[in-house]
Design a protein around this ligand. Structure first.
Ligand code: TYM
Length: 332
C-alpha cells in the first residue's frame, strides 16, 4: 500500500469548511486505499502565541472532529505531533539543509510575518516549513493530501528530500502533492476571491463546522453571488456561484455539469436552499459525533497515545537512518 501523511493545526472552536473539503474529506477516503498517517500539529500551532489550556482543549477538539469526520483508528494512524519527538529532531536537520534565502521566499511566512510585524514574528514561524518537511519525510510518504495553500511547502519538501538524497544517499521518499482540483481552494462566502480562512475579514464568510446549523444556513443564504442570474461554473465571471457549486457538488456527489443542468432557469435562491439543506444534513451528525468523542476524553487520549506509538515506530527508524547518514555517532 502506498503511504499518505497529512496534518492539521488545532484551531479554536472548530475546523472550517475549507479544511474539511480541501483536506480532511480526502483523508477519510484515503484510509481505505493507503497506509495513512494523520496528525494534529500542535508544534506548528505554537509558532504563534497560545493559551496552554486552550491549546490542550483545541488539540483534543481537533482529534474529536477528525474521528467524527470518519477517520477510523482501525484504518489509519491518528496522533498528536508533539507526542512523537522525532518531528522536532528531524525538523532541526531540515533547518540545517535549507538556505536562509530559500526559507525567506516562503509565501505563507511572508504574508503572516508582514501582518504580525517583525518583532512579533517568531523564529518558529520562519522555520515552520522545515518542520512540515520533517513531518512528511519521517513517514516516507508517497502522497500528501492538502489544499492548494500548502503546495509551496510540498515543493520545499521535494527539494529537501532530493537534496539530502543527493548528498548523503537515498534516504527519503520524494512525496507528491495530492490536491483535488475541485476542492483545492474553497473560497470565502463574502469575498469569493479570497480563500476561506479563520482570519476572514467578515465572519459571515466563514463556515465553521461546529456552528449552530441555523447560523450556517444564514451564512449560506447571505453568501455573495454575482451579477446576472444564471447558475453556471465560471470562476472568472461568477466566483461566488462557482464556489457554491463546488461545495454542493462535493458534498452531494452530484457533478457540476449535472447541477448546472438542474438549475437551468432557476435563481440563486434555489441553489442556496439546496446547499443549506445538504450542509445541515452534514453538520448535524458531525456535531453529535464530535461531542461524543469529547464526552469521553480518556478514551480519546488513549486512542491518540496508541496512534503516537505506531507513528513513532516508523519515525524513529527514519530518524536513526538520517542521523547515521549525516555522520552522527549513535549512543550504544
Ligand atoms: P492548516 O491547519 O492550515 O489546514 C489544514 C488543511 O486544510 C486545507 N485548507 C483548505 N483547503 C481548501 N480550501 C481552503 N480554504 C482551505 N483552508 C485550509 C489546508 O491546505 C490543509 O491541507 N501547514 C499545514 C499543516 C501541516 C501539514 C504537515 C500538512 C503541518 N505538517 C504535513 C501536511 C503534511 C497547515 O497549517 O494546515
Amino acid at each position: 500500500r502506498p503511504r499518505v501523511l497529512s496534518g492539521i493545526q488545532p484551531t479554536a472552536g472548530s475546523f472550517h469548511l475549507g479544511n474539511y473539503l480541501g483536506a480532511v474529506r480526502q483523508w477519510v477516503a484515503l484510509q481505505e486505499t493507503h497506509d495513512a498517517f494523520y496528525m494534529v500539529v500542535d508544534l506548528h500551532a505554537i509558532t504563534v502565541p497560545q493559551d496552554p489550556a486552550e491549546l490542550r482543549a483545541n488539540t483534543r477538539l481537533a482529534a474529536a472532529q477528525l474521528f467524527a469526520a470518519g477517520l477510523d483508528p482501525e484504518r489509519c494512524t491518528l496522533f498528536v505531533q508533539s507526542q512523537v519527538p522525532e518531528h522536532a529532531q528531524l525538523g532541526w536537520v531540515m533547518n540545517c539543509l535549507t538556505g536562509f534565502g530559500e526559507a525567506s521566499r516562503m509565501t505563507q511566512f511572508k504574508d503572516k510575518s508582514a501582518k504580525q510585524g517583525n518583532d512579533r514574528t517568531t523564529v518558529g514561524l520562519f522555520t515552520y516549513p522545515m518542520l512540515m518537511v520533517a513531518d512528511i519525510l519521517l513517514y516516507q510518504a508517497d502522497q500528501v493530501p492538502v489544499g492548494e495553500d500548502q503546495r509551496q511547502h510540498l515543493e520545499l519538501t521535494r527539494t529537501l528530500a532530493e537534496r539530502f538524497n543527493g548528498t548523503y544517499g537515498e534516504t527519503f521518499t520524494v512525496p507528491g502533492a495530492y490536491i483535488l482540483k475541485e476542492t483545492a481552494k474553497i473560497y470565502d462566502l463574502q469575498d469569493p476571491t479570497a480563500k476561506m480562512s479563520k482570519s476572514a475579514a467578515n465572519p459571515k464568510g466563514l463556515i465553521n463546522l461546529l456552528d449552530e446549523p441555523r447560523a450556517t444556513v444564514k451564512k449560506i443564504k447571505s453568501a455573495v453571488t454575482d451579477t446576472g442570474s444564471e447558475i453556471r461554473f465560471d470562476r472568472a465571471e461568477k466566483a461566488g456561484v462557482s464556489n457554491l457549486l463546488s461545495i454542493l457538488s462535493t458534498l452531494s456527489g452530484v457533478t457540476i455539469a449535472e447541477l448546472e443542468e438542474k438549475y437551468t432557469g432557476k435563481g440563486y435562491g434555489a441553489l442556496k436552499t439546496d446547499l443549506a439543506e445538504v450542509m445541515v444534513d452534514f453538520v448535524t451528525p458531525f456535531r453529535e459525533r464530535t461531542q461524543a468523542y469529547l464526552d469521553d476524553p480518556e478514551t480519546l487520549d488513549a486512542i491518540l497515545a496508541a496512534g503516537a506509538e505506531k507513528a513513532r515506530a516508523v519515525a524513529a527508524e527514519t530518524l536513526a537512518q538520517t542521523y547515521d547518514r549525516l555522520g552522527l555517532v549513535p549512543a550504544k
